[in-house]
Design a protein around this ligand. Sequence first.
Ligand code: PMP
Length: 359
Amino acid sequence: MSRFFSEKYKALAPYVPGEQPKDMRYIKLNTNESPFAPPKSVVKAVKEQAGKCNLYSDPTCSALVEKASQVFNVKKTQILPTNGSDEVLNFAFMAFCDKNTPAVFADITYGFYSVFAELNGVPYKTIPLKEDFTIDYREYCGVNATVFIANPNAPTGIALSKAEIEEILRSNPNNVVVIDEAYVDFGGESCVDLINKYDNLLVTQTFSKSRSLAGARLGFGFACESLIADLNAIKYSTNPYNVNRMTMEAGRIALCEQAYFDKKCQEICQTRAYTTAELRRLGFTVLSSKTNFLFVKSPKISGQELYERLKAKGVLVRHFNGERIKEFNRVTIGTKKQMDIFLSCVEEIVKEKQNEKSE
Ligand code: PMP
């Protein structure tokens, strides 16, 4: 830290993204990306836009917003495209929280929420997940705070129903409720259509998971017109050109390729069911997931050790040190072939561990 760093950020503990080591070729199951490349039409669109990079991108993202309004069946004024959904989440902390309006979220959820709160000087409270890692929606009712819920939640993969989210919305009429739907396309129930019913709802989605565009950085906020206007005030006060022209067109074309992505999501869900069954056969605890990842725990080997041994064999998964979850690993669902390699490495490790014990 330099001696010039602002006092207000000195205690900030930045978000730690999943590792991207370059020392060998890994099977990457640690950052919940799609294992599938985007369709060719998307790649072509990016190339075409690259030749026009001397010009700024459209700050209103009008072509992308037009297409999104058709696909999601909302008004153009109810959409805000952002640089990944991380950006709209940060904007929400800036726009809808302050000293008098704290944020509230689960103790085990997306790690960026607490970082955004710290960054923006927002007080926050966490609500512990239940013993079985589910969220009890009643604990979010009438909380007098801005609510942030990842639905399905990460890293657990467990989802709340739309009816439960509606209860939270109804009981907090004077606070914004942010529903982060980063993983909704893998089996969750989307709340996007509820933006016409609740003026306190902001739904965020991303192109990073089900739409194979993590490296392009594109997300959406969906909300009633006045909430989107607030978020736009933040956007135009930080970075009006927050979505670059290649990403904007990649996103627009991706929205024209719904059938391709639906098929890929189905494939992920099938591979998820297969991987869940295989891990359970090996004695693992596997939380029931509505996402493109599994949260898993072995009775025989610690979370940290399994992570390390898998890495040594060329398979990267995500391990978190939090007290309640340190025996777990989060495993992204890759292709069937990748998951077979992962599973055979797990089986090998479990056997090695047994042999070491009996020696
Ligand atoms: N929300 C959740 C729950 C996530 O896991 C992620 C991905 N790390 C994001 C939001 C942000 O994704 P992106 O910025 O790539 O859209």
